[in-house]
Design a protein around this ligand. Structure first.
Ligand code: TYM
Length: 331
């Protein structure tokens, strides 16, 4: 039987290497064999209050970048979250079996409270509920995501199990975060610590041109040179090696590791290699982004068709949930 695979991204900015390698590439590899859903989480993006004049354009940009990266509308259902109103209805229901205490303890919520104490809206608190709704409404079993989403998937399983137990049914499957049987990954930023993010100023975007990529990589934080033999690698350099492992061939990685171990490494050479390998992967995608972004007809047909298919799947689940919960039509 085919697995149901689902993944999504917020429409808050251009796609970066973290999005691509953390989630999108895994998803793309699964399109042939499975029933796949991919969507743009425009409702989730509202937690950060985007300007209304940019809202729609942001969705289009992310959509074009998705398609340029290899998402195929003939193989996958590609849609925009808000075009499937069943999501908002199930979200309302799901809020009744999620608890404020567990939501307040979520790491992503605590981080937002720390970083933006002036905007602790209820949408942020219930962010994991909406995300669980996205997944459960298609009864997905595999969710290709990066390491940062692991806790949200754990919560999705809790919500699914709780509903099943509460009503004595086996209705929702318990989905897992997926990366081909290996660890979920975190692509680090170029600023020495933390993960690559949209708004951290530490990312390489799929839409960046070659000059920008080279400049960003050459400016990446390193250290003053290899430490004593056997001393642990500093975090900024470890991060560069992590990116190298993701974008370069194994023999290239071995070559630079050996140079590092023998104390002969030149960070300038390592960075040049890194920039070459990143460009090899992203520049063809950039070209396709520019073509697809201007093809309004293709973009709108893709999401129109996707929304129809997504609504069909979502409304079947919603009807099932409402029946289990005791809703009955009067007419
Ligand atoms: P978002 O938009 O922050 O990121 C989209 C995907 O990219 C992954 N990602 C990374 N992976 C590795 N290293 C990084 N530095 C990195 N940065 C981002 C994320 O793990 C994610 O897989 N809540 C989600 C969107 C969402 C969703 C869903 C995802 C809403 N509903 C249902 C899956 C299923 C988010 O904010 O992703």
């Amino acid at each position: 039987m085919k697995d149901i695979v689902l993944s999504g991204i917020r429409s808050t900015g251009n796609l970066h290497l973290g999005n691509y390698f953390g989630a999108l590439r895994n998803f793309i590899k699964m399109q042939d064999e499975n029933r796949c859903f991919f969507f743009i989480a425009d409702l989730h993006s509202l937690t950060t209050h985007p300007k209304s004049e940019n809202f729609h354009e942001n969705v289009k940009t992310v959509l074009a970048e998705y398609l340029a990266s290899g998402l195929d509308p003939d193989k996958s259902v590609i849609f925009v979250q808000s075009a499937v109103p069943e999501v908002s209805e199930l979200y309302t229901l799901m809020n009744m079996w999620s608890y404020v205490g567990e939501l307040e303890r979520t790491s992503s919520f605590k981080e937002k409270v720390r970083k933006h104490p002036d905007n602790v809206n209820a949408g942020l608190l219930t962010y994991p509920v909406l995300m669980a709704t996205d997944i459960l409404i298609h009864r997905a079993s595999k969710v290709p995501v990066g390491k940062d989403q692991e806790q949200h998937l754990e919560m999705t399983r809790v919500f699914a199990r709780r509903f099943n137990n509460m009503y004595g049914v086996e209705f929702f499957p318990e989905p897992t975060a997926y990366n081909f049987g290996t660890e979920l990954i975190k692509v680090p930023g170029l600023d020495g610590s933390g993960k690559m993010g949209k708004s951290e100023g530490n990312g390489i975007f799929l839409a960046d041109d070659e000059k920008t990529i080279r400049k960003k990589v050459m400016r990446a934080v390193t250290d003053s040179g290899p430490a004593e033999p056997d001393a642990p690698m500093s975090e900024p350099v470890r991060n560069l090696f992590t990116i190298l492992e993701i974008v370069s061939d194994d023999d290239v990685v071995r070559f630079y590791k050996a140079k590092y171990d023998s104390g002969e490494i030149r960070y300038g050479e390592l960075k040049k290699q890194l920039a070459d390998d990143i460009c090899r992967i992203t520049l063809p995608i950039r070209e396709r982004i520019m073509d697809i972004r201007s093809n309004e007809k293709y973009l709108s047909e893709t999401v129109k068709n996707g929304a129809e298919q997504a609504r069909e799947s979502a409304s079947a689940t919603l009807a099932g949930v409402k029946k289990i919960m005791g809703f009955k039509p009067f007419w």
